[in-house]
Design a protein around this ligand. Structure first.
Ligand code: FAD
Length: 501
């Protein structure tokens, strides 16, 4: 062990204190204790009285990587969290009232090295040889058919819907097994070293001090450490992301659980439906500039089915991001670090990315400013790409029926997004930026789904005659259809595979 005088915190980091025990806190505790726990003393402080935000139940496939790292047993996890499978998101009424599309987790068709599959599909459409773009994607067709199974070899790309509070409890057991100490208490405030500004300890309501070397702020929207103690500024993105409020309510399931999240555009926002094994998570996300809480709640309650199990709960948020999510000896994860909005279920993914990045740059022998800068640079780049992808959903729409949708369509979007939209509209081309979460096929599905029709396709597609193109497209579609026909129903599969009954 060495300590380094060039470090801004020139001492070994052994005592890690996690403030907050929601999804972010327990994911951090589980990940860090599993990978680095032998060398660390990890404490997590959470307050039952304050509780967690209680939403965040739809995930994306990267969660499987995190579970792989933790060596989590999938069947046990699904039973513990009442999880179902998720193959994508159904966007209903987004392009226009009455029109739907699915953004699936699968790849669509087969790419050529010069050109993505969308160019061949585009040519096929022009020649009357192609069906819907989604006809060439296994995950999408399986979602539409309400079917699921783990397939051998390449399999299907999937994620989960899960009960967020059960997930935190599940991870708690896991983390405690790896030595994490849980403290049930309310944190009054963070104490800082007057010279360095670093946090030295958390003062609990009881008067107890919990000292540490590295503090991870997982206190949700309160942002007790990164915001209140460290004063790290917040970048407000509400000029691009208009939604700043949500109302959540749980209902009994009255129909079969589908393997996709439903996202239904409403007058001034959108409604979610997340089917779990034991209930359905519902909510409406909206902009308080265009609709008040009462009207939003009325819209939500008029559009849910099944007995209501919980009181509707209003959640306010400011779309944006902490300028730096790591400052001094404080790293923020989850809602404490920022929140865009729930549309593409990216928040839990970002927690996971933050944890993995922190482990990659773990400051074992002292904290270097260069590590902090690199961590923040990677975090910002990653979030800005996701932000742009989310803005795309609102901005590219044929809806002009309410002030909300008219303003979304008319807004000036970030320049990088403008370039991507123009490129796709002109030529059908999309390029994934290095380390970007959403790959080309996600951009294509959403841009086509939201109503952009590229003016032309790549000339590679013209090298195929009609017969060859027809054979190519029909071959892919036939293979997708045959596979889907062999899959069992989603709910029956979950009942056999991942149920606690
Ligand atoms: P919280 O769950 O709020 O946890 C904060 C913790 O800090 C709690 O344990 C609390 O007790 C503790 N705490 C706070 N103050 C104190 C104190 N003074 N003393 C002690 N403890 C304290 N993400 C997705 O990936 N998919 C989704 O589908 C999705 N949907 C969402 C829908 C909505 C409407 C919202 C608002 C968010 C959604 N998210 C979603 C985001 C997701 O909910 C969060 O990323 C996730 O739940 C993590 O929250 P958290 O742990 O940061 O905060």
């Amino acid at each position: 062990m060495t300590t380094n005088r060039n470090a801004i915190v020139p001492k070994p980091i052994r005592r890690v204190v996690i403030a907050g025990g929601g999804t972010a806190g327990w994911m951090a505790a589980a990940g860090i204790s599993k990978v680095l726990g032998k060398r660390l003393d990890i404490k997590l402080i959470e307050s039952d009285e304050i509780g967690t935000v209680g939403v965040g139940e739809a995930t994306i496939p990267t969660l499987l990587n995190f579970h792989g790292l933790l060596e989590i047993n999938e069947q046990e996890f699904m039973a513990a969290t009442q999880a179902t499978f998720k193959l994508g998101i159904s966007f209903e009424n987004w392009r226009a009232a009455g029109e739907d599309y699915i953004h699936s987790f699968g790849s669509t068709g087969i790419d050529h090295w010069t050109a993505g599959f969308q160019h061949f599909w585009h040519k096929g459409r022009e020649r009357g040889l192609a069906g819907d773009y989604g006809d060439y994607c296994l995950e999408l067709k399986a979602a539409q058919a309400n079917r699921f199974a783990h397939l051998p070899k390449s399999g299907m790309n999937y994620a989960y819907h899960m009960d967020a509070s059960r997930y935190a409890k599940y991870l708690r057991k896991f983390a405690e097994g790896f030595g994490v100490e849980r403290i049930e208490a309310k944190i009054a405030r963070a104490l800082r070293d007057p010279a360095s500004g670093d946090i030295t300890a958390l003062l609990l309501d009881s008067g107890t001090l919990v000292e540490g070397d590295l503090f991870i702020d997982c206190t949700g929207f309160r942002a007790l450490l990164i915001g209140q103690a460290m004063g790290q500024p917040y970048q407000d993105w509400s000029h691009w992301l208009y939604c700043d409020s949500a109302i959540a309510v749980q209902t009994e399931a009255v129909r079969e659980a589908v393997p996709y999240t439903r996202s239904i555009a409403r007058e001034s926002g959108w409604q979610w439906q997340i089917p779990l094994q034991h209930r359905v998570g519902n909510g409406i996300v909206f902009s308080s500039r265009y609709i008040d809480d009462d009207a939003a709640q009325a819209s939500l309650m008029a559009n849910i089915d099944g007995a209501v199990l919980t009181q509707p709960r209003v959640i306010k948020f400011q779309p944006g991001q902490r300028q730096q999510t790591w400052t001094g000896n404080c790293v923020a994860l989850g809602l404490a670090s920022g929140f865009l909005e729930p549309i593409e279920s990216t928040s839990i993914h970002l927690i996971q990315r933050g944890i993995v990045r922190l482990m990659q740059m773990f400051p074992t022998d002292g904290i270097f400013q260069s590590d902090i800068d690199e961590y923040n640079r990677q975090t910002t780049t990653e979030i800005e790409h996701i932000r742009d992808f989310i803005i795309l959903h609102y901005h590219v729409t044929n809806r002009r029926d309410t002030p909300f949708w008219r303003d979304c369509a008319g807004m000036e979007v970030p320049p990088a997004l403008r370039r991507r939209i123009d490129l796709f509209a002109d030529s059908g081309r999309v390029f994934r930026v290095p380390n970007e979460l959403f790959a080309e096929n996600s951009w294509v599905q959403v841009m086509l789904g939201q109503g952009i029709h590229p003016r032309q396709h790549h000339q590679s597609a013209d090298l195929m005659g009609d017969d060859e193109l027809h054979g190519f497209l029909a071959g892919i579609k036939g293979s997708v259809d045959r596979t889907v026909a062999q899959l069992p129903g989603h709910e029956a599969y979950v009942a056999r595979y991942g149920s606690s009954n």
